[in-house]
Every structure is written in structure tokens, then in C-alpha cells.
Ligand binder design. Structure first.
Ligand code: ZN
Ligand code: FE
Ligand code: FE
Ligand code: ZN
Length: 267
């Protein structure tokens, strides 16, 4: 059984609901012993208050999470993380933002190709102009670069590109094998993210066949629900655990102060 959910948003990002305490309450109800908040970090290459926090909201974010950590002491372990976008060429600015406050872990996410938010429902029609195979190859290339940037501890939802159900016609095993080897070499973990089940892809991120490749390469895992409302905390973690076990995993990671603190047994 999985006891920890590392991907939880707050209302500060402009597209999530609920108070941190409501997420904590749901975590207790779901039998979790730990959660980590990981709201969207300020974007460095563009500005869109509906997708991420703004720089001047970071003090409030940290205060809000510090308060909920305090309130749940002894009942629920609460960690402070953040989900930061990877934008090639903006590494210094990203590092500056991530170094401004202490975190237990940083999730690195690829949501953009140049300025195209390929998983943003508002920008979904841009897919119609694209070659799906090429978008997938570029996505995997960005995943590798995000790990190589050394900005992140955990790479989030490592096949988010499938969110709207676009599927490549080519076999991309070579891309995934290359990516797994970069993840292993750079020491990042990956996230098994259940929110894909709630999207047109109707599948956990990442798909089993890719997770098998990551497992074989020795890339460690954490679990996340990508909750944007309190009812989503720990959602479908039974399916996530089954998937991880099927892929060959025996443990998942617990982070503290941006270090691996514990390796928890799966089941
Ligand atoms: Zn979000
Ligand atoms: Fe994300
Ligand atoms: Fe998220
Ligand atoms: Zn996310």
C-alpha cells in the first residue's frame, strides 16, 4: 500500500480549489501517512496567472504550508515541494526561484514546447497542426534535458504528452530507453501520477510498457495524484501500486530536504 502523495496543488496556482487543511483531511481519510504540496512554481519563460503562482505569492505559499504542517503535527506528515516547469535556456532563473526557499523535493515538469502548453485545454487545438510522432520525440528530448539540468529531484508525469489521447504511430521504445538511461545517470526519480486516469488518455502516467523500461534501468519512483481539489488526494493509488509492482518495482522513495530519506516497501 502507498502511504504518500507528493503531487498536491493549492488555490494559489489559479486553477485548483480547497484549503490545505481540506487536502490533509482527505489524506487521513484515504489512509495516507504523508502528503507533499507541490504547487506550480512561477513560470520563467512566460506569464500566465491561470497556470501558476506568481513570484510575489511564494511567501504566502510557504506560510500556508508551514501553518498546515504545524496544525497536523503528529497526525500527518506534511512536506513542502513545488512543481517547476522546464524551459531550456532559463535554467539560471529557475534555479534562482528554487533556491529562494527550502523544499523537501522539487518536481520537474515538461508542460511546454517553446511557448506551446501542449497539455493546456485552451491550447489543445494546436495539436491539429502538429505531427504527433514529432511532438512525442521532442517531448522525450525535453524530459532528458530536464533531468540533465539538475534542477529537479523528481520528473513528474513522464508521458504527459498523451493527455488528450494523441498516440504516436511510430514505435518510440528507443526514445524511452534513452530517457531511462539519462534518468538513471542523473539520479532523478520519476513520478507515477494517477491524474491521467481522469483525462482523455484514461491511463496512469506513465504507461506500463514505459514503466517497465524505467524499472529495468533502476530509476526510482514516487507517487502523486496531481490533486487540484481535495477529493483527488490519494485517488487510484491502488491501481498505481499494482502498476508499479507489475513493472517490477519493490519500493518507492520518501524525500526530505531534497534528499532521499527512506525507501518504503511497496505492499
Ligand atoms: Zn495544475
Ligand atoms: Fe504538471
Ligand atoms: Fe501538478
Ligand atoms: Zn502536474
Amino acid at each position: 500500500m502507498i502511504k504518500s502523495d507528493y503531487h498536491i496543488h493549492t488555490s494559489l496556482c489559479g486553477h485548483a480549489d480547497g484549503e490545505p487543511s481540506e487536502y490533509a483531511e482527505q489524506a487521513l481519510k484515504m489512509g495516507l501517512t504523508e502528503i507533499g504540496f507541490s504547487d506550480h512554481a512561477p513560470l520563467v519563460a512566460l506569464n500566465d496567472p491561470s497556470v501558476s503562482m506568481q513570484l510575489d505569492q511564494l511567501p504566502r505559499y510557504h506560510k500556508m504550508i508551514a501553518d498546515v504542517i504545524q496544525a497536523y503535527k503528529g497526525k500527518l506528515n506534511i512536506k513542502i515541494g513545488i512543481e517547476a516547469d522546464f524551459f531550456p535556456g532559463y535554467e539560471d532563473k529557475t534555479r534562482e526561484i528554487l533556491n529562494a526557499y527550502p523544499y523537501d523535493y522539487v518536481l520537474g515538469s515538461v508542460h511546454y514546447m517553446e511557448k506551446w502548453g501542449f497539455d493546456d485545454p485552451i491550447q489543445r487545438q494546436i495539436w491539429d497542426e502538429k505531427d504527433v510522432n514529432e511532438v512525442y520525440r521532442e517531448y522525450y528530448q525535453l524530459l532528458r534535458a530536464s533531468a540533465q539540468s539538475k534542477l529537479f529531484d523528481i520528473i513528474a508525469h513522464v508521458d504527459l504528452v498523451k493527455k488528450f489521447g494523441h498516440r504516436p504511430s511510430q514505435n518510440l521504445t528507443d526514445e524511452v530507453i534513452k530517457t531511462a538511461s539519462v534518468f538513471k545517470d542523473t539520479g532523478v526519480a520519476i513520478e507515477i501520477n494517477t491524474s491521467g486516469l481522469r483525462k482523455p488518455a484514461k491511463e496512469i502516467y506513465p504507461a506500463l510498457w514505459t514503466l517497465e523500461i524505467y524499472a529495468k534501468a533502476g530509476v526510482p519512483i514516487v507517487f502523486g495524484s496531481d490533486s487540484h481539489s481535495p477529493d483527488q488526494v490519494g485517488k487510484d493509488f491502488d491501481k498505481a501500486a499494482a502498476l508499479a509492482i507489475k513493472a517490477g518495482y519493490k519500493e518507492y522513495l520518501i524525500f526530505e530536504k531534497r534528499q532521499i530519506a527512506i525507501k518504503e516497501k511497496l505492499q
